[in-house]
Design a protein around this ligand. Structure first.
Ligand SMILES: Cc1cc2nc3c(=O)[nH]c(=O)nc-3n(C[C@H](O)[C@H](O)[C@H](O)COP(=O)(O)OP(=O)(O)OC[C@H]3O[C@@H](n4cnc5c(N)ncnc54)[C@H](O)[C@@H]3O)c2cc1C
Length: 500
């Protein structure tokens, strides 16, 4: 590409041949090299590049925005294309408190490449914070808004994409558009959960609320899966009392230990794994939290007790701790540090994330258990319910089609495959098994859909979107007609006129 070989031909943009990060992501499974890397200084640089590329039907060049690169399957990579590293634009976080303008609530304007941790740190200075989170905060705003952004608050406030007031987007045609539910709303809804297909988010306006000082964080253990999920469903039916609900499957002692690094309580039932003498024994852990605003007249411990009385956990297997709100939200950072210290963070991560309707969750659990072995599983296995009504189905995000079911589970098989214990053959075998689980679970008897999906062909993507495919495709032709953007998903082939 001429303009890459001689950047002077291409106005003010300087390209790098590559960087250490452009072909790397958290998955460490795919390593597609781009032809060039752009480290923009402003949204205008991005607009210049996309305007240029979209004006020539002879160019084959694709473009991927890279936020924090925490994708699993090369979604932010661009084989032989251009990677735009969003972290080169200085992070900008502007907080507007309620009453400062006519909005009637507090919000933050934050750049698309900024990390959620940066937004948290800045907003806490004002006693404010976003309402909806991901478990890990070193992810970019643009990266999670392109997917959904879910965590234990999602049942209450919806995913992160349901908490956005406005976006600034550079479309695949290079146009810089400010969009919201009232202004260029088609682009707004397309981009949220849109897998980076329609434009690059350069700024987002995120709703804020008063931040609690502390959090009461509770874990309760179960032997029986049905009791475990019915208690989770009970918790998400009480949004007035409960602020966070998650849960995980405890496959072995090691998985309990690794899930407990940030949880400052001694979980003294580890001996049970041993005393049973059987490696197939699994436990389930419900995790919930109640915010503590330290206001007079409310006793958070009492609220927690009241909630706990309604639950049917194993007698005396409940643990409750108090942590600061910041530490609670940043809990996965502690796990990261521990894993980094043991050389277990920068390893392949063959993850599988699925949304499963309530009616299929027991069958899905059985399918999963048939396909993972509790002896060698490393990493968390998350499972918790979400409420469908909190999602806006005009956005591009995909949920299971069983529309009458309010409760949808998210299941995260967040597996690490350290090369020391899992060879390339072993990794391929895990990937193969996950694909089998995903494909089986997508059939109507379970009716699941992948979250952070990875599919091998356009036809698979068409199945993934189901009845919503036509809308997704129409939005693509409108906002990125040559399919320049986010090639790493493999949804749309790049369109160009071959020059014989
Ligand atoms: C340790 C860890 C924990 C996680 N926890 C959660 C969790 O709790 N909940 C959850 O929902 N997800 C979670 N995720 C998944 C995470 O939300 C997604 O992988 C997300 O894409 C990561 O953001 P990123 O900035 O690293 O994106 P990248 O990997 O950089 O990009 C992801 C996709 O978005 C596109 N993109 C990136 N920036 C932009 C932009 N500014 N505009 C438009 N498109 C863009 C890319 O082209 C790519 O297609 C986790 C991931 C990891 C590794």
């Amino acid at each position: 590409y001429k303009f890459i070989q001689s950047p002077m031909d291409f106005g003010p943009l300087n390209f790098l041949q590559t960087t250490n990060t452009a072909s790397l992501d958290f998955g460490r499974i795919l390593f597609n090299s781009p032809s060039a890397v752009l480290r923009p200084q402003s949204p205008r640089d991005i607009s210049l590049l996309l305007s240029f590329l979209s004006a020539s039907s002879y160019s084959k060049v694709t473009v991927a925005a890279r936020g924090a690169g925490h994708s699993i399957y090369g979604q932010a990579q661009a084989l032989d294309g251009i990677v735009i590293e969003m972290d080169s634009i200085p992070s900008n976080v502007v907080i507007r408190e309620k009453g400062e303008d006519e909005a009637g609530f507090s919000y933050a304007d934050v750049s698309g490449g900024a990390l959620w941790i940066e937004l948290l740190e800045e907003s806490l200075k004002f006693g404010l914070a976003p309402r909806s989170w991901t478990d890990y905060l070193y992810l970019s705003i643009g990266g999670t808004l392109s997917n959904g952004g879910i965590s234990g608050q999602t049942f209450k406030y919806g995913p992160q994409i349901s908490n956005v007031l406005q976006l600034e987007v550079v479309t695949g045609k290079g146009e810089v558009v400010t969009c919201s539910p009232n202004k260029s709303s088609d682009l707004f809804y397309a981009v949220l959960g849109g897998l980076g297909q329609f434009g690059i988010i350069t700024s987002a306006r995120i709703l804020l609320q008063e931040a609690p000082h502390k959090v009461r964080w509770v874990r309760a253990f179960y032997e029986d899966f049905s009791t475990f999920i019915s208690d989770q469903e009970l918790l998400v039916s009480m949004p007035n009392l409960v602020d966070y609900v998650e849960g995980f499957i405890v496959l072995n002692e090691q998985s309990l230990h690794s899930a407990s690094i940030a949880f400052p309580a001694h979980l003294d039932f580890i001996h049970k794994f041993q005393s049973k003498g059987s490696s197939s024994k699994v436990y389930y852990c419900v995790e919930f939290a109640v915010h503590d605003y330290q206001t007079k007249g409310t006793d958070v411990e009492q609220v927690v007790e009241e909630i706990s009385r309604l639950l049917s956990y194993l007698p005396s297997h409940i643990y409750s701790v108090e942590v600061s709100y910041f530490d609670f939200l940043n809990r996965v950072r502690m796990e990261e540090m521990s894993l980094r210290g043991r050389g277990l963070w920068d390893v392949p991560h063959p993850w599988l994330n699925m949304f499963v309707p309530k009616s299929g969750i027991k069958e899905f659990r059985d399918l999963l258990m048939e396909n993972i072995s509790s002896d060698d599983f490393e990493g968390p296995l998350l499972i918790y319910p979400l409420i469908r009504d909190k999602w806006d189905m005009n956005m591009s995000v995909v949920l299971p089609e069983a529309v009458r079911e309010q409760v949808v589970y998210v299941v995260g098989v967040l597996r690490s495959a350290s090369p020391a214990s899992c060879s390339t053959h072993c990794l391929n075998n895990l990937l193969h098994r996950h694909r089998h689980v995903a494909e089986t679970a997508s059939r109507p008897h379970i009716g699941g859909k992948q979250y952070l999906a990875h599919h091998p062909s356009t036809a698979h993507w068409q199945d993934h979107f189901g009845p919503r495919w036509d809308q997704f495709k129409a939005r693509k032709s409108r906002f990125d007609p040559l399919s320049i953007l986010a090639p790493g998903h493999g949804i749309f082939p790049r369109l160009y006129a071959p020059s014989h």
